[in-house]
Write a protein that binds this ligand. Structure first.
Ligand SMILES: NC(=O)c1ccc[n+]([C@@H]2O[C@H](COP(=O)([O-])OP(=O)(O)OC[C@H]3O[C@@H](n4cnc5c(N)ncnc54)[C@H](O)[C@@H]3O)[C@@H](O)[C@H]2O)c1
Length: 370
């Protein structure tokens, strides 16, 4: 696999995938991204001048432009990450989630199907010799999805690939719909697909509306650290660079038509997450007032339909494809806090432009979701 089209490559996870594909694999990447509020081209600074990297500002709902790019770039795989991704925003304004996550994925599937149907079936059909297109059997459409499609867990149990879908928010319902479309295109048309469903990501270049970067930056700004409800919702945290490596492992080696769950085996309550960040900051960047960062924690009214617990069983990915998370939460969160301390150039313009320390997409004095 040498040529990969990535959608949503200016986003948090997509940019990690682009960086990994170029720096670690030396693959050619075409990043197709609309650059919504969540698209941050600066996240690609490390690779933007690489001869292996190409960018196209395109909406995934634009069939003609996506098709033209597929025909021109002739990818071995499409890694489809473009989405509206913030649950709180989906409660305030679900329309964009339906449009991008469902209609956009449908458009990507149709464009991919058309491109795939023109590919050679055997090596002999490749002519002239310079034809580097993949065979129909080699092409992959990789859809990146979330564990939120499975709904909410009680105190025990884990999501695995057989867990029935039970989405609760407009965001998770739109992602569940897109997963079903992807599998339908596989079963109906034979499109070679793989799906991954992952738990909550964290790490460098995370847009500061999400819990972890919001808490780090608010703490450094001496602003309240908002927590929904009692802070007892549990998420299973996955370091974004571990996730990028998992995604590339799946697109290269995953079995066609299969789903793989990706998780870090790092369950934490939201309160534990925030308190850990506070402890690390107390150690490496103590408050000038001499008080502790945890004094900034503020509990706010819970959001509607807030799922209690997510936790992933990644056994299939670990045993079948040999992937393992390299970071545990303690090492990953320390790296993340240090990254935000060291990289003000990245987050400061975002904070100044769109955001003043309250959560985006909702009225102030509400909490931060994950
Ligand atoms: N962040 C997580 O913890 C997490 C967890 C599970 C699954 N996911 C999934 O992973 C994928 C990436 O998530 P993320 O956190 O990087 O998201 P993100 O919000 O950081 O980035 C999304 C990217 O998609 C682009 N985009 C949005 N609408 C588009 C459109 N119509 N056409 C083209 N580009 C468009 C944006 O400009 C942005 O660059 C999403 O599909 C999301 O559902 C994320």
């Amino acid at each position: 696999m040498k040529h990969v089209m990535v959608t949503g490559g200016a986003g948090f996870i997509g940019s990690a995938v682009c960086r990994y594909l170029i720096k670690e694999k030396q693959y050619r990447v075409l990043n197709l991204d609309k650059l919504t509020y969540a698209g941050v081209p600066e996240s690609l600074r490390e690779i933007e001048n690489s001869p292996l990297y190409r960018f196209a500002q395109v909406d995934i709902c634009d069939h003609a432009k996506v098709s033209a790019l597929l025909d021109d770039f002739r990818p071995d795989a499409v890694m489809h990450l473009a989405a509206e991704s913030h649950v709180d925003r989906s409660i305030d304004g679900p329309a964009a989630f339906i449009e991008t996550n469902i209609v956009g994925t449908y458009t990507m599937l149709e464009c991919a199907r058309e491109y795939w149907s023109t590919l050679p079936k055997t090596a002999k059909e490749r002519s002239p010799a310079s034809d580097r297109r993949p065979l129909t059997s080699e092409f992959r459409f990789h859809h990146i999805s979330t564990d939120e499609v499975y709904g909410s867990l009680g105190a025990k149990g884990l999501f695995d690939e057989t867990t029935p879908y039970d989405p609760r928010s407009p965001y998770s319902a739109s992602k569940a719909s897109s997963d079903h479309l992807v599998m339908a295109w596989h079963h109906t048309y034979g499109l070679p697909v793989v799906i991954t469903n992952c738990s909550n990501n964290y790490g460098p270049y995370h847009f500061p509306e999400k819990l972890i970067p919001l808490v780090i930056l608010n703490a450094m700004d001496e602003k309240p650290l908002p927590i929904y409800g009692k802070g007892d919702n549990i998420r299973d945290w996955l370091y974004v660079e571990d996730h990028a490596r998992a995604l590339v492992t799946v697109v290269e080696h995953g079995r066609c038509g299969e789903t793989y769950n990706v998780g870090g085996r790092n369950e934490r309550t939201n309160l534990e997450v925030v308190e850990t960040i506070c402890r690390i900051l107390d150690e490496i960047k103590p408050r000038t007032s001499g008080t502790k960062y945890r004094d900034l924690i503020t509990y706010v009214a819970d959001r509607p339909g807030h799922d209690k617990r997510y936790a992933i069983d990644a056994t299939k990915l670990e045993t079948e494809l040999g992937w393992k998370a390299l970071e545990d939460f303690d090492s990953g969160i320390r790296k993340t806090v240090q990254w935000y301390i060291d990289n003000e150039w990245w987050w400061m313009p975002i904070r100044q432009k769109t955001y003043s320390g309250e959560r985006l997409g909702k009225t102030p004095k509400t909490g931060s979701s994950v």
